[in-house]
Design a protein around this ligand. Sequence first.
Ligand code: MTE
Length: 306
Amino acid sequence: MTGSKTRLGWSDVTPQHLFMNRRQMIGASVAWAGLAGTAMAATDDAVSPYSTDAEPNSFEDITQYCNFYEFGTGKGDPARFAGALTTDPWAVQIDGMVDRPGSYDLGDILSKVTLEERIYRFRCVEAWSMVIPWTGFELRSLLEQVGVQPGAKYVAMETLLRPEEMPGQRRRSLDWPYREGLRLDEAMHPLTIMATGLYGQDLPNQNGAPLRLVVPWKYGFKSIKSVVRITLTDTQPETTWNMLAPREYGFYSNVNPTVDHPRWSQATERAVGGGLFAKRQPTLMYNGYGDEVASLYDGMDLAEHY
Ligand code: MTE
């Protein structure tokens, strides 16, 4: 360890900045073109076909109303306490059934993937929802680079364990580190992304900086934050909420309005930011992503595999 920071961190050298600069430049040029009455197409800022056209929540909603138990169990705790988390340097250990296991610097990972904006619906198991404009890359592009071995069937992920900076980890509210997992075909699905930003900015710490999973057709707790380890395995991994209350939180946790949580209905949801008198909205099967993902579960009993 050296005392002074002479080495560049991942955030000094990553394409996130290029992406953002380009985006800001495009934004500026479009505004200017509008003023000048010139048509100027922002062709390389195309909207992803995977993005919803629903109106995104405000930056404030998304960053002030969070679940990140490492910083406390209150919705406002992550915004208050996550600033203390050091996110640069950041490395991700990729191991298990891969051809090229190792500790990968986040900068190296980001230099080899394509970042894009994905505006996704987000549905928490607690029956609230948001629409979030993420920046990220497809998880499959990372997995393809490290080489998934033929016998691998699942992808397990872990969050950083650092109680010095994560006060919630000094209590046993959950069995730390936070763990999640996907079946390999779910992880390889193009909707599954690793997010590094939202609203075109680096991911705020409270939303899982510098790198978090986003799986838009599953309840939000599957979308594990601040990931430091990715393991390819042939056995279904243990997952935090399932370990705590297996009858309430299944491994799959696909959004499903017909399978209620034992303590509340999943048929409707409260759109965060909708105001005090807003009507609850119906919850959609697979959170509205059924056309893309329903075939992953053909022939499965979804009440059993909740
Ligand atoms: N990841 C970690 N490491 N710790 C957590 O407590 N909470 C989960 C998920 N990922 C959580 C986590 C839950 S319950 C939800 S709903 C989402 O993060 C919330 O993401 P957001 O705060 O960015 O909306």
